[in-house]
Design a protein around this ligand. Structure first.
Ligand SMILES: [Zn+2]
Length: 341
């Protein structure tokens, strides 16, 4: 498979200040590992800056203007977690635009799938609000952009350890965008209960799988195998987007999960199989969280290996999850989908 990779040192220009976990070294670590990573079919994709109009596909123009107004200014902050420096607006526009370039390449058939390694991350950013290290919601902008180009059903899988409150809000009432998030709960940002299923005609198009702290590969794989994949196969997405955070890793300093690089690889393989069935294999991942550099160095290659497709037919490990952790999500979705078991 041809896998597009968006990666650029300009993503290090968003300076969050000393001691902040969402730091430029995250991109530096991925650049270092990609210098040594070799695989057939990797295609480097040059990012571009998203226009304000493209960003406004998902965000209130007033929010875009508030972020833009920080350009060139001394450091300030949208909230205690979300500082901005003189370069933050430009970096965030390059993050959204980098993801759009990947989507452009995928729609054009230049690549089969891909991963945009960008920062700042996006999934906490709401249409009218920056929060949780996020200024613009890259995956949500991408989904709206695809819709504007005629793509119908879009699946967004979010395996970042935090709930993507911003993405959920963006597509709460949209029956053609299925948002599936698996996350530590209760935890920041507080949303993501199993009972949050989407509104009106979009009921069942938000699938939240909240998991208690301490879960690892077994629970994540079970959630994907037993719930996310069956729902996705009934939904039949035309494109699959992934909010790919690596903060569910056992080494992460912020969260309390126990996932490993083997687990992230298995999740990627399941996503690939979903995409293979109805989406012509089209999977576009974008980096969200993940704050331990060793975890990034281990898990990013595991996912890129899977996007290569060589292991697509290999068996998914059979999980032995802690019993009943999936019960609330299964019960919440049973009225909308056929849920096995
Ligand atoms: Zn996160």
């Amino acid at each position: 498979m041809r896998t597009g990779v968006v990666l650029d040192r300009r993503y290090e220009a968003h300076d969050t200040g000393a001691g902040h976990p969402e730091r430029p070294e995250r991109i530096r670590a991925i650049r270092d590992l990609m210098d040594a990573y070799r695989r057939e079919g990797l295609v480097a994709i040059e990012p571009r800056v998203a226009t304000d109009a493209e960003i406004a596909l998902n965000h209130d123009p007033a929010h875009v203007a508030r972020v833009a107004a920080t350009a060139g200014r001394a450091r300030t902050a949208f909230d205690a977690d979300t500082p901005v420096c003189a370069e933050s607006y430009a970096t965030a526009a390059l993050a959204a635009g980098g993801y759009l370039r990947l989507l452009e390449a995928m729609l054009a058939g230049d690549v089969d799938n891909g991963f945009a390694f960008v920062r700042p991350p996006g999934h906490h950013a709401e249409p009218d609000r920056a929060m949780g290290f996020c200024l613009f919601n890259n995956v949500a902008i991408g989904a709206h952009w695809l819709r504007a180009r005629g793509v119908g059903r879009i699946l967004i899988v979010d395996w970042d350890v935090h709930h993507g409150n911003g993405t959920q809000e963006s597509f709460w009432d949209d029956p053609d965008t299925l948002y599936a998030s698996i996350h530590q709960y209760p935890f920041y940002p507080g949303t993501g209960a199993a009972s949050e299923v989407g509104g009106g005609a979009a009921a069942g198009r938000t699938v939240n799988v909240p998991l208690p702290a301490g879960c690892g590969d077994d629970e994540y794989i079970a959630a994907f195998t037993d719930l996310v994949a069956p729902v996705a196969r009934q939904f039949r997405p035309e494109v699959v987007l992934v909010s790919a955070g690596f903060d569910a890793d056992h080494r992460d300093p912020l969260a309390g999960m126990q996932a490993t690089e083997a687990g992230f690889g298995a999740l990627a393989r399941i996503v690939m199989r979903i995409a293979e069935e109805s989406a012509a294999g089209r999977v576009a991942a974008v980096l969200e969280g993940g704050y331990d550099l060793a975890a990034l160095r281990a898990a990013v290659p595991a996912v890129l290996d899977e996007l290569g497709g060589a292991r697509l037919r290999e068996a998914i490990p059979t999980p032995a999850p802690r019993q009943s952790v999936l019960a609330p999500a299964r019960a919440a979705q049973r009225g909308f989908w056929e849920i096995p078991g």
